[in-house]
Write a protein that binds this ligand. Structure first.
Ligand SMILES: [Zn+2]
Length: 373
């Protein structure tokens, strides 16, 4: 809500006007002509049972987070929060290689063994003749330092762009995951038993026309993929690059994060899963997308209960964790409280058996892979 448009109900002015104090809420009304769509923050009118678990029902592994904290005290506090939330381990996707990876590795693992560190690819010499040789050598060095996987790679249509940045931090696109110039790296990942976490595309509403029919309009005002950018691939073309990479590297284990951003099309996502047994999904940072369609989402979880991994991705506050548990575990209906979406949320009420696998047991399959079994 545009806070400037919210005025406390002024008893003094009402007294002058001879009106009774507000009975519903304490805010002045905002006309439909004034209220901006992107400021719309509804509160549920439904008087329904609410459940607010403050820890995971079963021991849990978070397969998708980032080095959010840099201060040792804050990292220690995070480790304590993990314990309080029943999270036994967190995979920190650093994107980093070289000195930066080593620094993060030493910092996090020196504080708690709950943190498992994954590295990025060294794309610094991308486009040069010795790129593959250098990148593979650095991958091996990171592995020897202690990296147990690779991530997060990310391709939003112009090529992998999470591991190569300008000095000011802007992402530089390189090539898609199915490009032959990735072969040496992805084959080395298979040899070293390092799973690869990859972000493909973005939610469908980011690609849609900005008009009154766009279901994600309020968010698309800030987050948008510009399909007029020369050479950019759309979401389905992006999914094809993932399928090609899975087929090209059958011994490499891929974890496509955020459900490949295909939660609007579970039928197609299921087809991809059926064809590519070396592909896992993580559910990180898409709870609000999936909580909009609880029955279809629950059915998808049940169908793919052996290959969905739990992840958070967001800033590790207690509020963020609370929302995960409420959405995945409860049957609460029509509530708000997300970070980005205006859609009402619904608990998925996942069966215990499915919850245990997603929270924990599927991560053991990743450990088995890492250990070469
Ligand atoms: Zn992420």
């Amino acid at each position: 809500m545009n806070l400037k448009a919210y005025f406390a109900c002024s008893v003094i002015s009402l007294a002058f006007a001879g009106l009774a104090p507000c009975s519903y809420g304490q805010e002045a009304e905002v006309s439909a002509d004034e209220l901006r769509l992107k400021d719309y923050r509804p509160e549920s009118v439904f008087r329904l049972p609410e459940h607010h678990p403050h820890e995971a029902k079963y021991s849990c592994v978070d397969m998708h987070s980032h080095p959010y904290e840099s201060d040792p005290e804050a990292i220690r506090a995070w480790a304590e929060r993990l314990e309080a939330n029943n999270i036994e381990k967190v995979v920190i996707l650093t994107y980093a290689h070289g000195e930066e990876f080593d620094r993060l590795y030493d910092l996090y693992t020196g504080i708690s063994d709950r943190f498992e560190m994954w590295c990025g690819f060294d794309m610094d010499s991308f486009g040069e003749p010795d790129f593959e040789e250098k990148a593979v050598a650095e991958l091996v060095r990171c592995y020897e330092k202690g990296a147990r996987g690779v991530g997060e790679l990310g391709d939003k249509g112009l090529g992998e762009s999470y591991c190569l940045r300008t000095e000011s931090g802007e992402k530089i696109p390189t090539m898609h995951l199915d490009d032959p110039r990735f072969d040496a790296l992805l084959e080395k990942c298979a040899e070293l038993r390092m799973p690869v976490n990859i972000h493909i595309g973005d939610p469908i509403w980011m690609y849609e026309k900005m008009d009154e029919h766009n279901d994600g309009y309020m968010n698309a005002a800030d987050w948008k993929i510009d399909l007029s950018t020369p050479g950019i691939l759309d979401l389905y073309e992006m999914a094809t690059t993932l399928k090609n990479a899975c087929a090209r590297h059958p011994n490499t284990l891929f974890i496509a994060c955020h459900f490949v951003n295909l939660t609007h099309d579970y039928g197609y996502l299921s087809e991809i899963m059926e064809r590519h047994p070396n592909l896992y999904l993580d559910n990180a940072a898409r709870h609000e997308e999936t909580a909009a369609t609880p029955r279809a989402t629950k059915a998808f979880y049940v169908k793919w209960q052996d290959r969905i991994l739990f992840g958070t991705d967001n800033d590790p506050s207690q509020d963020m964790y609370d929302l995960q548990w409420r959405i995945l575990e409860t049957d609460d209906e029509h509530f708000y409280g997300g970070y980005a979406y205006h859609w009402p949320l619904h608990g998925l009420d996942l069966p215990d058996k499915v919850l245990r696998k997603v929270y924990h047991d599927n991560s053991l399959k990743i450990v088995k892979y890492q250990n070469g079994k």
